[in-house]
Every structure is written in C-alpha cells, then in structure tokens.
Design a protein around this ligand. Structure first.
Ligand SMILES: OC[C@H]1O[C@](O)(CO)[C@@H](O)[C@@H]1O
Length: 517
C-alpha cells in the first residue's frame, strides 16, 4: 500500500508507519458521521425561524413573532420550540450509553453502520412530518444516530491513525461537523424562499449525508484494537499491515496486544473508570466537553438566525449572517487540523479563551446598550455584533471545538476507552441539550447578561487549561499514563496514591493468606 509522501517516520517514536491512503480514506468516511451531526445542528435554527414551519407546528410562537409589541428578547421563548431542537440531544445521551457497549462488543464499524441507519430513518420521518409528535420522533431517531456516531467515530479515528497524525485526522470529524452546519444553513437560506414546504426540503436533505455514511461505512476496515479485543488476532495483524503500509508492524501489534491483555483483566470498565488512578482522565475528558458547550457556541449555532432577527435583521439577512459565521467556523477548524500536532493542544485552548472572552464581553456590552425591549439596534452596531460573533466562532473552532473530541479520545487506556469516551460524549450531549433547551428562556430573562454568563465560564476554562490540562501532542495512546499523567504536577498524586493503595492491599491480602495457612 502506497503511503502519502508526507509521512515516513513513526508515530512520535520508532513505530514504522505511513499515513496510507487506506487510513486517510477510512478517516474521511468515518468523519462523515460528523457531517450528519453538523447538518442536524445547523438545520434547526433556520427551520425554527421559518414562518411556514412555525405556523404549522408552533402557532403560538408564530403569533408572538408577528406581534409588533412583543419584547425582542422573548419572541421565541417557547419550551416546545426548544424541545424540537433539544430532543435530539436527549436521545443521544441515552443512545451513546448503549453505543459504548455495542462499540466494544461488535466493533467500531458496525456502530458507525447503525448510526447511519438511524440517521436515515430520522431524516425521512422529519421530512414527512404532519404532527409535532412525528417531528419529535424524527429528531429522536437522529439523536440515536448521533449517539452511535459520536461514540464510535472519534474512537475509530484515534485507533486507526498513526500517532503522529492522530490529532489532525481526528479533527476531520469536527471539520465535517462544521461543514455540515454550513451546508445546512445554505440549504435553509435557499428553502426559506420555497413556500410552504421549504422546511421539509431542509429536514429531508439530512438523508444525503446519511446515505453517504451508510455506503461509506461498508468499505471501511475495523480497527486492529477492536479486532484484537474480540479475539480476531490474525485479521487484526492483516489490517494493521494494510493500514500502516509496511509489513513490519510487529512492535505496534505487540503493543496493542499488550494493551488488550491488560484490558481483558478489567471485567467492569465502568467500575474501573471510577478508580482513583483513572480519575484524572475521567475528569479532564468530561470537563473538556462541559467547557466546550459552556463557551456558548451553540447559542450561535442553533439560534444565530433567531439572534440576528432579534437584533433587527430581516429573515434573509439573518440567514445570510448565519452562513457567514458558519464559513468562519469551518475555515478556522482547518487551522486546528494543521496546528494541533505542531504547536500542541494547550496553546490553542488558552489563546482561544482570550479571544472568545474579548468577543463575548464586547457583544454583551453592545446588546446591553442598544437592545432595550422592543428597540431596534443601529445598523453599525448590528454589523459589529456579526463581526464579533465571527471572532468568537473562529477562536472556538481552532480550539475547544475539535479538542473537546480529540483529547478524550486519546487519553484513556484501552480498558476504559469506550466507557471513558462515553462520559465525554454524553457530557457533550447533556450540555448541548441544556443550552438548546434553556437558551431562549435565558435570553428572555437574562437579556444581554447571557453573554457575560458565558464569558465567566470562559475565564474558568482558561484557568483549567493553564493549570490542569497536560499536553498530549505526539504521545502514543498507550503511553499516556507513563508519560503524561504520572508526570503531571497535579494529577500524579492520583497515581502515587493508587500505587500505595495497591501495595497496602497486596500486603493485607498476603497476611490474610498467611493467617489462613
Ligand atoms: O462547530 C460547532 C459545533 O461543534 C460542537 O461543539 C461539537 O463539537 C457542536 O456542539 C457545535 O454546534
């Protein structure tokens, strides 16, 4: 198998590996799960600002929207409307739990295939909806797809990529999420002019990425780690040779095998995950996803068109502004693809905190000054807010967006990887749900204060990144414990103590044995 010219050396050490086309294509196909996820994220904001859609499913919101005297901040405050957006994430939390077992027992590839089937069912159901119940049922199917896809795809990519390219390839997942969001908003822009069923086209088009994923998932290989985990040793060796593009993969094979043997001794991964020595990874992996969502990114992704309408833009202008921010989101994610394995994870995260903090604070201030109830914001300020949204989004896109997935996928040892990643995925889904469900109500009650609320969280996450997040750039996954956690100024205490605990347990066991004899 020919390798791409850029890659000849090993994954940060002496493992022979090339970035082969096989790996590259598998990663792109798997990452198209991100396209699907992104499409679902991007589509709901535009659809919920379309009059035809509101009139059919949410007549109360429709009336409120066209009520001249209604408070700008509260036009869209409706729990059911928020449930349309957020039900997907609720379903995804539950399904990613199931997916974590499915992924371990049947492998990463069938989990990705299952995701595509749920995506397809959800898209069809949404496009033909005649009642709110059908609409929500469709969103739930999409949510199950998201749960399965988001559980399997980042793991798949991290396990199949050579360590040296793991960061960049993994970010393809997030990149395709941003492309999905962008396409969704472009489609919304076009279909908002198609009356009365434009929204059906928007929701139905989700079937396209679902079909791409379904077909693509038939041709990808299973990861060597997952094959070994299920006792398919010969196949694992064959796949490893194929994806690395070299025959001599003995060392890597032995390392994965070793990790599997260790993993097999762990009968209860979820219980093991709670043990003291696994706590640093668990805390960092989950907290990163919590922080990712509490940047307030989904306020922009879900509700940008609604937010821009609140500021006085017309429907067209709002959808177009949302397209611009999505473009910035996608392009900036590419920056991370190229930089993450060169300058590392922490620099990106910390720099982005500063950038997002400045943008959020100025935005909050502008909205506080100009957007009093039922007032329309001056055009220049409204334009400035769009620019600030772009500054905010770009900071997020080259840092907390992609790294929220990458870091949790690379820090857990094999025995707790699936279980640990589940916590990260479900934290993402849970917080996305919270933001989606609460934002319009928060906007109505907190008004511009909402931006300061998220700005405060950005300060907290910056402090966390500076003091508590270790650098994982270029470290092979199976060496994380030795080279990262056991050396970190804060987290090393968890290993030291666990060693002491283990030793004292051994001594206690021994003395019990002796006394029995
Ligand atoms: O690109 C923005 C998107 O990325 C995510 O944070 C996922 O990583 C989504 O929740 C968000 O909508």
């Amino acid at each position: 198998m020919a390798g791409l010219s850029m890659a000849e050396s090993g994954g940060g050490r002496d493992l022979p590996s090339k970035l082969t086309w096989q790996v590259f294509i598998c990663c792109i196909i798997a990452a198209s799960g991100g396209l699907m996820f992104g499409y679902d994220i991007g589509i709901s904001g535009g659809v919920t600002s379309m009059d035809d859609f509101l009139e059919k499913f949410f007549p109360a919101v429709y009336l409120k929207k066209h009520e001249a005297r209604e408070d700008n901040y509260c036009k869209y405050d409706n729990q059911f409307l928020q449930l349309f957006t957020s039900s997907l994430y609720l379903a995804a939390i539950v399904s990613s739990f199931i997916a974590s077992f499915f992924c371990k027992k049947f492998g990463r590839k069938p989990t990705i295939q299952a995701a595509s089937i749920f995506f397809l069912a959800g898209a069809v159901l949404n496009a033909v909806s005649v009642k709110l119940g059908m609409l929500i049922a469709g969103r739930i199917c999409l949510g199950v797809g998201v749960g399965f896809g988001n559980q399997a795809v980042p793991l798949f990519i991290s396990e199949i990529a050579p360590a040296k390219y793991r960061g960049g390839l993994n970010i393809c997942f997030q990149f395709l999420i941003t492309i999905g969001i962008l396409i969704a908003n472009l489609i919304n822009y076009a279909t908002s002019k198609v009356h009365p069923y434009g929204w059906r086209i928007s929701l139905g088009c989700a079937a396209v990425p679902a079909i791409i994923l379904a077909i693509g998932s038939l041709v990808i290989v299973e990861t060597p780690a997952s094959l070994l985990e299920r006792g398919k040793n010969e196949e694992a060796l064959r796949v490893l040779r194929k994806i690395r593009g070299v025959d001599n993969v003995d060392k890597e094979y032995a390392e994965i095998l070793n990790a599997i043997e260790l993993a097999k001794q762990v009968k209860h991964p979820f219980r093991n995950l709670m043990s003291r020595s696994n706590r640093p990874q668990l805390i960092c992996g989950t907290v990163l996803q919590f922080f990712q969502q509490f940047t307030g990114i989904n306020v922009v992704m879900f509700y940008a068109p609604v937010l821009f309408q609140t500021m006085g833009y017309g429907s067209d202008g709002s959808l177009l502004s949302a397209v611009v921010t999505d473009l910035v989101n996608a392009v900036s994610t590419l920056v991370a693809v190229f930089l993450v394995d060169i300058i590392g994870r922490r620099v990106l995260l910390i720099e982005a905190c500063l950038q997002m903090l400045v943008a959020q604070s100025i935005m909050g201030r502008i909205l506080a000054v100009h957007l009093k109830s039922a007032n329309i914001m001056p055009k220049a300020s409204a334009k400035l807010v769009v620019i600030l949204v772009c500054v905010f989004v770009s900071g997020f896109a080259w840092s907390w967006g992609p790294l929220g997935w990458l870091i949790p996928s690379e820090i857990f040892p094999l025995e707790t990887r699936s279980a640990g990643f589940f916590f990260a995925v479900s934290m993402n889904m849970f917080c996305t749900f919270l933001v989606a469900q609460a934002f319009l109500t928060m906007l109505c009650h907190m008004r511009s204060g909402i931006f300061f609320f998220f700005a405060a969280w950005i300060v907290v996450m910056g402090i966390f990144a500076i003091f508590f997040l270790p650098e994982t750039k270029g470290i092979p996954i199976d060496e994380m414990n030795e080279r990262v956690w056991k050396k970190h100024w804060f987290w090393k205490r968890y290993h030291k103590d666990s060693y002491i605990n283990k030793r004292s347990q051994e001594i206690q066991d021994k003395s019990e044995e002796e006394s029995l004899e």
